[in-house]
Write a protein that binds this ligand. Sequence first.
Ligand SMILES: [Zn+2]
Ligand SMILES: [Zn+2]
Length: 153
Amino acid sequence: MENEELQQWIEQVSLDHFGVPFTHEALFNRRLTTTGGRYMLKSHRIEINPHQLEVYGREEVEKIIKHELCHYHLHIRGRGYQHRDPEFKALLQKVGGSRFCQSLPDGKGRKPLPYRYKLVCKSCGTEYLRKRKVDPKRYRCGRCAGKLLLREI
Ligand SMILES: [Zn+2]
Ligand SMILES: [Zn+2]
């Protein structure tokens, strides 16, 4: 798909789902690695990661487009356009956009996160590696159902 087709696609999604035109530039950016798309505050440009289309297909990319259009339309109108803003959340839900600027799966344009934590079973000592910090109280040992401790590696 070429940039021109992406531009028309985003303009159409904007009219169909937001009822207002998208009047700025949209393009594919091959250098985006960890996000599916982004909205540029200064230029009002929307950039889409072309790998997303290859990996997830049109339906998912349309959700990313809706997500970026939520940033765009709210920002242009001087409303709360950031992820934490209630207006952003409400609009995103209304149009059915993806919840996050979606990340690509590991291995495709993205470095996998290293393991930085481990859950250790207090009873049998089994260790479970974790990439992110988790609350050990929410989990039990898979082997003996014992209580777990969180340790940094
Ligand atoms: Zn976003
Ligand atoms: Zn155990």
